[in-house]
Design a protein around this ligand. Sequence first.
Ligand code: 2AM
Ligand code: CA
Length: 261
Amino acid sequence: MHPMLNIAVRAARRAGDIINRSMDKLDSLDVVSKDHNDFVSAVDEAAEAAIIDTIKQAYPAHQIIAEESGSQGDSDYVWIIDPLDGTTNFLHGFPQFAVSIALKHQDKLQQAVIYDPVSQELFTGSRGAGAQLNNRRIRVSHRKELAGSLIGTGFPFRNDQDLDAYLDTFRAIAPKTAGIRRAGSAALDLAYIAAGRLDGFWEFGLKPWDIAAGVLIIEEAGGLVSDMNGGNTYFESGNIVCGNPKVFKALLQNLRPHLGR
Ligand code: 2AM
Ligand code: CA
């Protein structure tokens, strides 16, 4: 394993342990429900601190961009961290959330980890070395069209997002598929594309740390990723389409007529 991926894995497991320990406490916290948000952010922050600590011990000069603490340092090496992707699920004890860590060098994704602490599934990707689930090689699915495909998505959740515009895309795609899933952690959705569990995915308004690791893992698993227009501005726009090559293309074709709104 590449030494930098090894550090990313160590960091993700440390964060996962922190998240798992907090899961046990969710029950006893029912009475203090108004503190739920504080609690969650404390878990986010503790997990993030553990990740940053692990990275800094190994690579003190690298830059870090993390969901909770923002950006620090200046380097060609940039770590992009989401310590707990799927916070709403976590809050409810709905077991679909993950730690996501990616490393870019000179703006190119090099290493990536997505770790589900509940199932202890570890998805990894290393540029040129493929994608793995618990150290076994994974590939995207072979389905050739939307018919029969299982497609992931995310619903708009912010006030500034246009729900009607999203619903136009949903109407265009959902009836053509075998089913749509909205699991609530974009990072895990992308990992599932790489593992062939989902055939395609689209969502608007995501942040770089939601998708950075997933993009590399999908590409290394033989999948394709773009923005809604087939371009590469997904980090800037937050809008992402991905899938196995055939389903990816079908998604883009079906999205195109509905992007005007
Ligand atoms: P987060 O839990 O790390 O914030 C799913 O649509 C994606 O959007 C998730 O990756 C989730 O990442 C992000 N998200 C942010 N706020 C959300 C919210 N209130 N509800 C659902 N998803 C949210
Ligand atoms: Ca996130």
